[in-house]
Design a binder for this molecule. Structure first.
Ligand code: NAD
Length: 304
């Protein structure tokens, strides 16, 4: 039976480090770091994420400044708000909550954020620094995954790592960070031939796809470490019966509540083959917010 890599517990450890960092600033007479969160429109999931981020800020003493814009906000107004936040010396980090409503160009918005305040680590300058292995603000999810692996003593040098997914937010930066730690990295994606065989080569498998239960137990090399970044909601009972065959409690929840959260990996099956697995929920999810707040502290300290 695999070990469960508890993301919530590690997020708490990361947040405690941030809290102490904020306290250190206050002790030196500096102000608390400030994170500006821009929420455009009224997507319910985004509203929940923004609320969670504000609550996490409050816990560690970071000031959270919310800017809510209507769904029909023109791009020029969003640009103007980002310019204003870039110029505001009282703001250390800027986050534009994605996805933006239709009609708004998210790349344009992300590229407009000053790289020094880009706490999501999505700006091309920060992505370029990562590519070169130089310090910068790095994307929160892969950074936090690396921190979790380091905490659990997962050796990366020389191992075969497979990253499923090639997004700019998770897959690509995760692959670069693993490469930096001397893993031999394969990036697999929707066009990869014989995905199962590629995954089976992995000593470390990172799934960041957004397809519920895509990775079956038989895709996992015995003893591998599995990091499941995917967050999916399954409502269909037939699909649930397939994905949760080795996880009867999850299937019960789906039937009782009409839906249930799961990752890209069939957790019950992975537990029987892997040496360690992150659960969903309670794995990578809480780590991402901790990574964001770490970046906000770093951004604030860079200005000192
Ligand atoms: P994305 O949609 O931008 O990218 C998905 C990637 O998966 C693409 O590169 C695509 O090539 C690949 N892919 C799609 N279908 C595939 C298939 N059938 N086989 C193999 N590869 C396939 O998604 P993203 O932003 O990288 O997010 C991925 C998942 O991670 C989503 O479920 C998202 O909700 C989740 N996520 C979680 C956190 C967190 O905090 N835990 C943070 C970011 C993203």
């Amino acid at each position: 039976m695999a070990t469960i890599l508890d993301g919530k517990a590690h997020a708490d450890r990361m947040l405690e480090v941030v809290r102490q960092g904020v306290e250190g600033r206050l002790a030196q007479g500096l102000r608390a770091p400030a994170l500006a969160v821009v929420l455009v429109g009224d997507d319910p999931a985004s509203q929940v994420y923004v609320r969670n981020k504000s609550a996490a800020c409050a816990k560690v003493g970071i000031t959270s400044l919310e800017h809510k814009l209507a769904a029909d906000t023109p791009q020029a107004d969003l640009d103007a708000l980002i310019d204003q936040l870039n110029a505001d010396s009282g703001v250390d980090g800027i986050l534009v909550q994605l996805p933006l409503p239709q009609g708004l160009d998210s790349k344009r918005a992300l590229h407009r954020i000053s790289p020094a305040k880009d706490v999501d680590g999505f700006h091309p300058v920060n992505q370029g620094l990562l590519l070169e292995g130089l310090p910068g603000l790095r994307p929160c999810t892969p950074t936090a995954c690396m921190s979790l692996l380091a905490h659990h003593g997962v050796a990366l040098k020389g191992i075969r790592a497979v990253v499923l997914g090639r997004s700019e937010i998770v897959g690509k930066p995760m692959a670069l960070m693993l490469l930096e730690q001397h893993a031999t990295v394969t990036i697999a994606h929707s066009r990869t031939k014989d995905l199962a065989a590629v995954c089976r080569e992995a000593d470390l498998l990172v799934a960041a796809v957004g397809r519920p239960g895509l990775v079956e137990g038989s895709w996992i090399k015995p003893g591998a470490v599995v990091v499941d970044v995917g967050i999916n909601r399954v409502e269909d009972e037939a699909q649930g019966a397939l994905i949760f065959a080795a996880e009867p409690k999850k299937l019960e929840t789906l039937r009782a509540k009409g839906g249930v959260l799961c990752g890209d990996v069939r957790f019950g099956e992975a537990m029987e083959v892997a040496s360690a697995v992150t659960p969903v929920p309670g794995g990578v999810g809480p780590l991402t917010i901790a990574g964001l707040l770490s970046n906000t502290l770093v951004a604030a300290n860079q200005k000192v």
